[in-house]
Design a protein around this ligand. Structure first.
Ligand SMILES: Cc1cc2nc3c(=O)[nH]c(=O)nc-3n(C[C@H](O)[C@H](O)[C@H](O)COP(=O)(O)OP(=O)(O)OC[C@H]3O[C@@H](n4cnc5c(N)ncnc54)[C@H](O)[C@@H]3O)c2cc1C
Length: 386
């Protein structure tokens, strides 16, 4: 039995992938339900070439397409609303989905597969033992397990325990951007249908992205380049709203913010550089934001979490020992995640590399691990982690 800590997107994807590999798993979650955090209505972009294939390999394609909405193109405008560039999505279009809907789909998939989530179980301590580790939760519960998957997000307790044996493991770094997002009903925006618009102010680097859907309204985010962390905005506070309007890159963005109706909130974008140990090579492994958090508007985090899940499950399925599986998993994922992190920061200018191989039936061998490792090497040595 594999023990997964955290029932976010990464934890739920890992449980589904392990089930697919015939490996039983259970999830332990500190909250009282799944997904009761901020940003439930935030729009997650799922690209047809990267995110959808990974979610398809998890057997979730139909549910994702039914629960999401189509995004046929991305239009980049300057602050005068002049269109600078238009990217056509793949022929069938990309998919947008709310965090709440993605959580609901993953949660239903767990129920259908009979996978248990133990709620109100906050992992506190990990003690190495001969045949695995002993986990101690804050409510006093203890369990013994052979493998712990830390899907416990930015401030991962499992990552902290890997650092006990590995000096230099780092916590989250402020990514030098903060975000506000919200929904605005009933507003006319100059937008072609099924188009995600990004308005950029070249002088300030602030950007505003929005998508208008006839049944839901306009979903938007405001991305602010800022050297220091920002305090959270309070949606009902007129001064906070006025501050956001002032930061908007143009009048279109300011009008949408002024009329925001529901679910307005903000957060600082924290990053986790993935150049640190992903496993202890014995009983602990990390997936998702716990080992690689990218800037949220980069749309890299969900596909990376699903790819982690699939790769770890395949490695455990195919390798002779757990130690070898954890080694292959890390070697196949580290460069890919590092490159996605750099590519996801709007201040850099590199692509995320080729699509990630997620052929579920191809066994993971040493050759595949080495090939994948090489494919995602950074093009230059000079690019830095944001
Ligand atoms: C508002 C918002 C908008 C976003 N927009 C995008 C986007 O557009 N595109 C994109 O790719 N990504 C986006 N992201 C990020 C994306 O949602 C995450 O990267 C993704 O959900 C993967 O997260 P995770 O499961 O690794 O971690 P999390 O979602 O942080 O889940 C970690 C889970 O572990 C639990 N946990 C933590 N510590 C313990 C403990 N000690 N014991 C037990 N349980 C514990 C937590 O309660 C939580 O449920 C956004 C995030 C937010 C908040």
């Amino acid at each position: 039995m594999v023990t997964i800590i955290g029932s976010g997107i990464a934890g739920m994807c890992t449980a589904i992938a392990l089930h697919q590999a015939g490996i039983p798993a259970e999830i332990y979650e500190q909250r009282k339900t799944t997904g009761d955090d901020a940003g439930g209505q935030a729009h997650l972009g799922l690209s047809r070439t990267v995110a959808i294939p990974a979610l398809t390999a998890l057997g979730l394609k139909d549910e994702i397409l039914a629960g999401g909405f189509l995004v046929r193109q991305v239009e980049i405008r300057d602050h005068t609303n002049q269109v600078l560039n238009t990217f056509q999505a793949a022929p069938e279009g990309n998919v947008g989905i709310t965090r709440a809907e993605l959580y609901r789909i993953l949660h239903t998939a767990l129920e259908d597969r009979g996978i248990t989530i133990h709620y109100r179980r906050a992992l506190h301590h990990i003690t190495p033992q001969d045949t695995g580790v002993r986990l101690e939760f804050r409510d006093g519960t203890r369990i013994h397990t052979a493998l712990v998957v830390g899907a416990d997000g930015l401030r991962s307790t499992v990552r902290a325990h890997i650092s006990d044996s590995t000096p230099g493991v780092q916590g989250p770094e402020y990514g030098r951007w903060w975000y506000a997002h919200g929904i605005t009903d009933h507003i006319d925006t100059p937008t072609p249908p099924d188009t995600f618009v990004v308005i950029r102010n070249q002088n300030t680097q602030h950007a505003f992205g929005y998508l208008t859907l006839s049944n839901i309204g306009t979903r938007w985010w405001l991305r602010i380049a800022a050297p220091a962390r920002h305090t959270m905005i309070r949606p009902d506070n007129p001064a906070d709203r006025a501050e956001l309007e002032n930061l908007a890159p143009n009048d279109t963005a300011a009008t949408i913010i002024r009329n925001a109706t529901i679910d307005m909130s903000s957060y600082n974008a924290d990053c986790i550089p993935p150049d640190q140990p992903w496993t202890d090579q014995k009983h602990l492994a990390l997936v998702g934001d716990a080992i690689h958090a990218c800037i949220p508007s980069s749309s890299q985090n969900v596909p990376l979490a699903a790819e982690d899940a699939l790769t770890l499950a395949r490695a455990l399925r195919d390798c002779d020992t757990q130690t070898i599986a954890l080694d292959r998993y890390e070697r196949m994922r580290r460069n890919r995640a590092h490159r996605a992190l750099i590519a996801g920061n709007p201040a850099n200018g590199i692509d995320a590399g080729p699509e990630y191989p997620i052929d579920w039936n191809t066994p993971i061998t040493d050759h595949l691990a080495t090939t994948t490792e090489q494919q995602y090497r950074m093009p230059t040595e000079t690019a830095s982690v944001p």
